[in-house]
Design a protein around this ligand. Structure first.
Ligand SMILES: NC(=O)c1ccc[n+]([C@@H]2O[C@H](COP(=O)([O-])OP(=O)(O)OC[C@H]3O[C@@H](n4cnc5c(N)ncnc54)[C@H](O)[C@@H]3O)[C@@H](O)[C@H]2O)c1
Length: 487
């Protein structure tokens, strides 16, 4: 079934359910609607294992949340969540859950693998429920645009799960860049050596589906496929084109977020991915993606953006050389290639990187008219480099802190992480706004997904016509949306 038909069907299903008027009126973004304050928020959680477990913990740590429903296709994960929230109703099929108790819930949290983000979120939004959806927002470009449109039409509170979005150092880097600390930016490098790709063959054969897993529901709208232990569920779906978005869709979303937001970028004009030939099953294990963006008030006329992922990333580049280091990547490269690197080796390497100002394992470098700004991922101060030397920016930092009431740095994940979730809950209850609504998340996700699609055409520059939502290269357009299976 084409996606449009599925979404129409979800909408019909949704329309048979009563809607809480108070939540219908919650607002965010372009279409401002006055929220009628509610006292408490009743939440339904789709996907409660791994990150879904964290999402559940952080949403429910808000004093005004009542966890009302839990849904997971893995009975073990569902049982673990139910233990923590014994009063919540449990489900294996989100469609049944939303249909049955749509009038008992006020907001929906979607923490499934990427291919189920849009089908579940669209159904919830069609029922006028605010949605907190994990990153990347969607698996297909068409879905990202549809999510944004629907959220705007309904005036819904939305938030994508990039919980480090408002952490101190990221906020600081955003404000420093926007204050012109390195002038207009012409290039961004961003990197992660993580590897959520798979260059191997399609596994042969079939394993029995565990009794605790509903494989049909896990596959959801994606094509039918035999179950193989350890290949898809849990987590490894990230490596595979039918379900995840590779390393770009995993770490990329977090690392892109600050430069993308700071420079106020829209979607790119051109995209090229240097990677291996596609095999239709796994994402390439190494990618170098070059984007060209139209300029903004914070950039040169055009902005070049280079993303590196996979073992050994980033590749050496003049812009990435740090003061007093001959080649910042050589140590890291050799270490990353060691199959049996011990935990101690890894810790001492990271300490060396952090302590001696060598290139952080993951991060971004802004290159501007007046120098460079290095932003490690994450919880470290940005550093300015001019003419091959670090420059003291403590005065600029103090000014930005004061002008924006930032307070002093907090680098405690446990206390900072929940804030992004609580922001969503508060906004649903009519207080304040979310910082990563779908209006923003959709264009960031689209940018990520365009790089993923470019991986289907190694070393070829693709041209994106954003106004018409299509590539000039007709052969690439087939990857903008997929076929939804009737499941
Ligand atoms: N923001 C972050 O820092 C962060 C970190 C990790 C993962 N994530 C995101 O969270 C999402 C989940 O990742 P994960 O690592 O937890 O994956 P996972 O495979 O470990 O867990 C997914 C959970 O969803 C359940 N599930 C799968 N299909 C479902 C369906 N149709 N209905 C209900 N439940 C279903 C699974 O049984 C499992 O419990 C992904 O989108 C990922 O990108 C975000």
């Amino acid at each position: 079934m084409k996606k449009r038909e599925f979404l129409k069907k979800s909408a019909l299903l949704a329309s048979s359910t009563a809607i809480m008027p108070s939540v219908l009126l919650s607002c965010k973004d372009e279409k401002k609607v006055t929220a009628v304050p509610q006292k408490r928020l009743r939440t339904a959680h789709i996907g409660v294992g791994n990150m879904g477990g964290e999402d559940l913990r952080d949403i429910s740590s808000h004093a005004k949340v009542d966890v009302t429903a839990l849904c997971d296709v893995d009975a073990n994960n569902l049982a673990a969540a139910k233990k923590l929230h014994p009063n919540a109703k449990t489900y294996t099929d989100y469609r049944v859950m939303l249909k049955e108790i749509g009038d008992e819930i006020d907001a929906v949290i979607v923490s499934t693998p990427d291919h189920t983000h849009a089908p579940a979120s669209m159904m919830a939004m069609n029922m006028s429920k605010p949605v907190y959806c994990q990153k990347p927002l969607t698996h297909y470009v068409s879905e990202a645009r549809a999510m944004k449109k629907l959220a705007e039409e309904k005036g819904l509170v939305t938030q994508m799960g990039i919980q480090v979005h408002s952490f101190y150092d990221y906020k600081l880097a955003t404000l420093l860049i926007q204050s012109g600390i390195i002038g207009k930016v012409h290039t961004v490098h961003a990197w992660s050596p993580k590897n959520w790709g798979y260059d191997g063959p399609v596994p042969e054969g079939e394993d029995p589906v565990p009794e605790t897993l509903d494989w049909n529901l896990w596959l959801g709208t994606s094509a039918e496929r035999p179950y193989k232990e350890g290949v898809y569920h849990p987590g490894n779906w990230r490596k595979l084109v039918d379900y995840g978005c590779g390393t770009l869709g995993d770490m990329g979303v977090h690392i892109f977020d600050t430069p993308y937001n700071a420079l106020n970028l829209d979607v790119p004009r051109t995209i090229k991915n240097e990677c291996r030939e596609p095999n239709g099953f796994g994402f390439p294990e190494k990618n170098i993606v070059t984007y060209e963006f139209p300029g903004t008030e914070h950039t040169a006329e055009t902005l070049k953006w280079i993303w590196y992922d996979g073992p050994g990333a980033p590749e050496m580049h003049e812009d990435l050389k740090l003061p007093n280091t001959a080649d910042n990547t050589s140590d890291k490269d050799s270490s990353k290639n060691k199959e049996n690197e011990s935990v101690e080796d890894k810790i001492s390497l990271d300490a060396k990187i952090a302590g001696q100002g060598e290139l952080p394992e993951q991060g971004a470098m802004f290159v501007g008219e007046k120098g460079r700004l290095l932003l490690p991922h994450f919880m470290q101060l940005p550093q300015k480099i001019v003419d091959g030397q670090y420059v003291d920016i403590s005065t600029e930092i103090a000014e930005v802190e004061k002008a924006n009431n930032m307070g002093k740095p907090i680098r405690d994940y446990a206390s900072e992480g929940p804030k992004h979730y609580h922001q969503f809950v508060d906004a649903c209850l009519g207080e304040g706004e979310t910082s990563a609504p779908f209006s923003y998340a959709s264009r960031l996700t689209e940018t990520i997904l365009l790089g993923v699609i470019a991986g289907r055409f190694p070393n070829k520059t693709l041209h994106w016509d954003s106004a018409n939502a299509k590539f000039l290269e007709e052969e690439a357009n087939v990857f903008l949306e997929g076929n939804y299976r009737d499941f």
